[in-house]
Design a protein around this ligand. Structure first.
Ligand code: HSE
Length: 437
């Protein structure tokens, strides 16, 4: 047997423990597949004396990152600490030392991918980040390699297990938001600060990574319009079901023609006839449309210790294959974003159907006034229902035909000023406007 491949692991939380467990439980299979023994030599932790449930094998624990970053025996550094710092510094140091890096950290990859790709190229090494999007589902590898013969026209992802779990539990069990969130935290897939999940930021980080992989575009989250699930109520979920839709938090990436791309994150009403509507609980999925392959969908566990560990170890296996080449540039050849290339189009210029729920005075003339404003903005109504009346206030649901978001918002700001309108309770996108339906 040839020399083992030594690995250093930065962080031993939920994901770090998963990586060690996958390497340990499938050690023989991994050796058979790679022809090498994959050995974790050193693990960076906060507390040397904490009791660990995972088997450490021959690994040494340290509180000093230099023990990994400066160790010439360690060829692969696995960063599973999460957060921007010190992960960013450690990844840069590892790449500068010519080590391969595997990370599960969407925030650091989303923010610094350009620097990482440049450093990796300069130091003849590479960075892999399969686990940063969609946990155990090989989304990045599929886009990079499996669909390499395609131009991706559009993709629609359910990329956050916590929010998908919450929406599913509310919809199927009438559970409250708080109870569902607490369970997601207990199950170990919510972020340390769950506002990142709920606000859509976690999904937006993942979307910016997919924009690099699928659309070859360098985009920062600060330029992406994102909205979370804070405003989605049990009411909306019920109405959506009655009308034949499920509400999901979607990450959407689309080619808009003439070099433009559209990236956005928002709750979307998806027809129950679409496979994405049936992605339940903490499962993640990516539905994509390639110009050659057509529609395709990837589905699986998007979070959790072992699924995420599985993705990290798959990157390690890829690297071991890569080590046989003189120039490790398989990832870069497939990934390198066209920095000046795509132009991100304003979210307001994208057309969609909309669902509006509002409370209005139950009096003659109310509907006529509403309809007149929609008409002025060229907005056509597809469906309308009056749901209930309380104290002479009626709950109205309107679903529009496709309209630019900008126009929809302008019409609503005018509608809001009508004395008959008591509250605009919800505005949701309906359907996937490109392909797939
Ligand atoms: N908090 C994330 C989720 C974990 O709920 O999907 C994986 O990134």
């Amino acid at each position: 047997m040839s020399e083992p491949i030594c690995i250093g692991v930065l962080g031993l939380g939920n994901v770090g423990a998963g990586v060690l467990e996958v390497l340990d439980r499938n050690a023989d299979v991994l050796t058979q597949r790679t022809g090498k023994r994959l050995v974790v030599k050193t693990v960076l932790v906060h507390d040397l004396h904490k009791k660990r449930s995972v088997s450490l094998g021959s690994a040494t624990l340290t509180v000093n990152a230099e023990d990994i970053l400066n160790d010439p025996d360690i060829r692969i550094v696995v960063e599973v600490m999460g957060g921007e710092q010190p992960a960013y510094d450690y990844i840069c140091a590892a790449l500068r030392a010519g080590k391969y890096v595997v990370t599960a950290n969407k925030e650091v990859v989303s923010k610094h991918k350009k620097t990482f790709f440049e450093l990796a190229r300069k130091h003849h090494t590479d960075i892999y980040f399969e686990a940063s999007v969609g946990g155990g589902i090989p989304i990045i590898r599929s886009l990079k390699v499996g669909y390499a013969a395609n131009q991706v026209k559009a993709f629609y992802g359910i990329l956050n297990g916590t929010t998908n779990y919450i929406l599913t539990q509310i919809s199927e069990k009438n559970q409250s938001f708080e109870v569902a969130l607490k369970t997601a935290q207990e199950l170990g897939f919510a972020e340390a600060d769950p506002t990142m999940d709920v606000s859509g930021l976690d999904t937006a980080y993942k979307l910016s990574i997919l924009a690099a992989v699928a659309l070859k575009s360098e985009v920062q989250v600060s330029d992406i319009s994102y909205e979370g699930i804070e405003k989605v109520t049990l009411h909306d979920i019920r109405h959506a079901r009655e009308m034949g839709y499920a509400i999901k938090l979607l990450a959407i990436g689309q080619q808009t023609g003439r070099g433009g791309i559209s990236l956005r994150v928002h709750p979307t009403m998806i027809p129950l006839s679409h496979p994405l509507a049936h992605v339940r609980n903490e499962l993640n999925a990516l539905f994509m449309v390639g110009d050659m392959v057509g529609e395709a969908m990837l589905l699986g566990r998007g979070a959790g210790s072992l699924p995420t560990g599985s993705a990290v170890v798959s990157d390690i296996v890829d690297i071991v294959f890569d080590m046989a080449y003189e120039e490790p540039k398989r990832t870069q050849r497939n990934l390198e974003p066209h920095y000046e290339g795509a132009v991100l189009v304003d979210a307001g210029t994208v057309a969609s159907q909309f669902y509006i729920r509002l409370w209005v005075a139950d009096a003659p003339g109310t509907l006529a006034k509403l309809a007149a404003i929609l008409g002025e903005w060229d907005i056509s109504i597809s469906k309308m229902m009056q749901q209930s009346v309380k104290n002479e206030v009626a709950e109205l649901i309107i679903v529009t035909h496709s309209v630019l978001e900008k126009k929809m918002r302008q019409a609503l700001s005018q509608i809001e000023t009508l004395p008959e309108v008591k509250d605009i309770a919800s505005l949701l996108h309906v359907g996937l406007d490109e392909g797939g339906l």
